[in-house]
Design a protein around this ligand. Structure first.
Ligand code: HEC
Length: 702
């Protein structure tokens, strides 16, 4: 008896210390596991032999273009999804296709991966196409008819009726906990976005099991951080978890980074701190009960939503082991919090920031800045006119633009340019950070691209409801309310920023194609189901030059409008399309979360058109995260230059690199089958104007 008790006690003690090491040799969940650490203890590939890595197999996906997908591996089968939203299963050792599933519904959202659930012989793959969460039999690739509506669950399920026609999808796979799948969602970012409530569904039936209101309702904590009845206001929405979440299985806790409230850049109708927007939220995974929250931006006006799931790690402070959660951000800060309490492990300085300049807006007077770790990206307020790119031919012009822009810390959106730096795409992005969970070291790749941020007053005609008598181009008005933010007032788009030129659409495509894109979205373009069919036709007519002048439609006047609207995504570039500020334009950083100190910080990636990239790389834009191994490697693709690189994780020294068949804007996966260690990457290119590809590539030692 006594012995048994001692044993039990030992087991209990063991259970209280950090998680056992052996769990990091699999890759059966998104980003390696529920703690999203992109971490592996496999040892075959090491810092000495990494130079010998060679392609073991390649899978030709049936469609071509930007794959942001990071695959998973279960029972020697690799599961992933193509850019055309076809889910597939491959033999993980050979790349041979076992099955492929193409949904009949037309959808073209980005999809970063799949989730796996099993109970005995019942094994399922979940992924999202358009508004549907799809459940497939993992062995056959056939729809699981008992789930949702014949294998599909509409992600509107459990949202208020008013949101039934609003855009919703998911770019990130759900998190599996017991028999629940907890869903991240992507919604629109403009006035009229669907609410981003976090919802858990039964993995067997699709039944809604719990909901957490991310925009609180009367009686719920945080309700008073919004104007009265904000949750009912049709013009307010989002606060969605689009980046995915981490799960601590030991305590049954979800750590959920929540996005900004919509509209992103003008918050006059949502004055207040706006909980739980821009929060890291801890919920009980069983029932969705609130545990704690930490808000990283108050009343966001910059679209500073946390871009990646947090990392669950253990750190040592004052000799004590603390289970911590680390959240990387677009603004270059890392928030390191106690997983149990949500308290920051480093002092947070609520820093006074500038007041709003546009009427109606009330920027929050302070923003939280962690005293440590030191930011991994530079910020606008630190730059001077000496930081204009040395490679630019039009330095003087850039300097004038630079000096004219508001470069203050949290400079508020205005009708003249703010230099948003780090830009809309961070800092960190959806690739997220890798971490050594035991040592508490975080590895993060970041962009250092400056962009402009500006809002414009909406034309009065577009905001006055019910005034139908004005002779205007309705199509143009609709275009300027819904499309110009991304495709530009002149319809020229911004190729380097990923927004296509629409002036050539009539030459290269049909009206039907454009209707389809407006209804379903495409990649990072949201769908606009809230635009009536008539108004859709007006926009299409405008794009094709087939419109008639008409009185503005009542529909148009009643659509969701804001007094001030974001004027478009525009990078601060030189006359050759290269970044207007000096390098590095992309970086890789190792941060010791025990001390908050950076261990190393190096430029990441090259600009092949510039000199001396071997000795003095500029770094470049990058999307998709790293993998880190216990035995000393950091492996990452992600860069615009299309390379795959291996670094020494202790020094940041480049050990090896190889050119991929197309750039891989995705996080790799690492696993072992039959004693051979593989590293798999989705190489779809397309983003940032790179050539398209369709290969899933597996590397291994020869
Ligand atoms: C939030 C930004 C955003 C908004 C708003 C937006 N788009 Fe897009 N749009 C994109 C992006 C990004 C792409 C490229 C998608 C891809 O190929 O992955 C795109 C692609 C397109 C394409 C395909 C172009 C081609 O060359 O194939 C059309 C057509 C289009 N958009 C029309 C519209 C119209 C019409 C509206 C307004 C109703 C609109 N877009 C609003 C971001 C946006």
């Amino acid at each position: 008896m006594k012995n048994r008790n001692t044993l039990l006690l030992l087991l209990l003690v063991a259970g209280c210390t950090s998680t056992p090491k052996n769990k990091y040799n699999t890759w059966s969940e998104y980003l390696g596991g529920p703690d999203r650490n992109h971490y592996s203890t496999l040892t075959q590939i090491d810092t000495n032999n990494v130079k010998q890595l060679a392609i073991a197999w390649m899978y030709d996906a049936p469609d071509t273009g930007q794959m942001q997908m990071s695959p998973i591996m279960v029972n020697d089968v690799l599961y992933g999804v193509t850019v055309g939203l076809k889910a597939f299963a491959l033999d993980a050792a050979t790349g041979k296709q076992r099955w492929i599933y193409k949904d009949s519904v037309v959808a073209s959202n980005s999809c970063r991966g799949v989730a796996y659930w099993e109970d005995g012989d019942d094994k399922r793959i979940f992924y999202t196409a358009g508004q549907n969460l799809i459940a497939l039999n993992a062995t056959t690739g056939k729809l699981v008819s008992t789930f949702g509506n014949n294998g599909k669950l509409d992600l509107h399920t459990g949202l208020p009726d008013e949101a039934k026609d609003k855009f919703i999808t998911s770019t990130t796979p759900g998190t599996i906990y017991k028999n629940l799948i907890i869903m991240p969602v992507r919604v629109a970012e403009d006035a009229g976005a669907a609410p981003g409530h976090v919802r858990a569904f039964d993995t067997r039936t699709g039944k809604l099991m719990w909901t957490f209101h991310t925009i609180p309702q009367p009686g719920e904590k945080g309700y008073d951080t919004w104007p009265k009845d904000a949750y009912k206001n049709e013009n307010i929405g989002a606060v969605n978890n689009w980046a995915g979440m981490a799960l601590d299985k030991k305590t049954g806790t979800l750590f959920i980074p929540l996005g900004s409230a919509a509209p992103d850049f003008y918050g006059a109708n949502r004055n207040g701190a706006n909980l739980y927007a821009n929060c890291l939220l801890a919920l009980n995974a069983d029932d969705g009960a609130y545990k704690w929250h930490f808000q990283m931006i108050h009343h966001d006006l910059w679209d500073r939503d946390p871009p990646a799931p947090p990392n669950l790690i253990t750190v040592t402070k004052n000799g004590q082991q603390i289970d911590a959660v680390a959240q990387v951000t677009k603004q270059g800060y890392t928030f390191v919090l106690d997983r149990n309490t949500g308290h920051s492990l480093f002092p947070i300085i609520e820093t006074e920031v500038p007041a709003s300049l546009v009427p109606g807006e009330q920027a929050w007077p302070t923003q939280p800045i962690p005293s440590l770790p030191k930011p991994y990206a530079r910020a606008a307020w630190q730059l001077t006119e000496n930081d204009i790119s040395p490679y630019a031919a039009n330095k003087e012009e850039l300097k004038q633009k630079f000096l004219a822009a508001d470069r203050r810390l949290f400079g508020p959106p205005d009708t003249s340019n703010v230099l948003l730096f780090p830009g809309y795409d961070g800092g960190a992005e959806w690739g997220g950070a890798a971490a050594d969970p035991f040592k508490g070291i975080l590895y993060v790749n970041a962009n250092e691209m400056a962009w402009y941020l500006k809002v414009e007053k909406q034309a009065a005609t577009a905001v006055v409801a019910g005034k139908g008598a004005v002779q205007v181009s309705a199509g143009k008005q609709l275009y300027s309310s819904y499309c110009s933010g991304c495709h530009g007032k002149d319809r020229m788009g911004n190729a380097t920023s990923g927004y296509p030129n629409l002036t050539t659409v009539p030459q290269k495509s049909t009206q039907q194609y454009v209707h389809q894109i407006i209804s379903n979205g495409k990649g990072m373009m949201p769908a606009f189901n809230n635009i009536s069919k008539d108004d859709q036709q007006r926009v299409v007519d405008y794009l094709f030059g087939t419109e008639k002048k008409e009185a503005m439609s009542a529909n148009l006047a009643n659509t969701h409008q804001d007094l001030y609207k974001h004027s478009g995504y525009q990078k601060f570039l030189d006359d050759k399309g290269l970044p207007g500020i000096n390098p590095p334009w992309g970086t890789l950083t190792a941060i010791d979360l025990n001390t908050g100190q950076q261990l190393w910080h190096v430029p990441f990636g090259t600009t092949p058109t510039l000199p001396n990239q071997d000795t003095n790389p500029t770094g470049c834009e990058n999307y998709g995260g790293p993998i880190v191994t216990e035995n000393g490697l950091l492996l990452i693709a992600a860069t615009k230059d299309g390379m795959f690189r291996a670094y020494n994780k202790n020094s940041g020294k480049l050990l090896w690199q190889a050119q991929l068949p197309a750039a891989s804007f995705a996080t790799p996966a690492m696993y072992s089958v039959n004693g051979r260690q593989y590293l798999v990457l989705a190489c779809g290119g397309e983003k940032l104007g790179t050539p398209k590809g369709n290969k899933v590539v597996a590397f291994a030692l020869p």
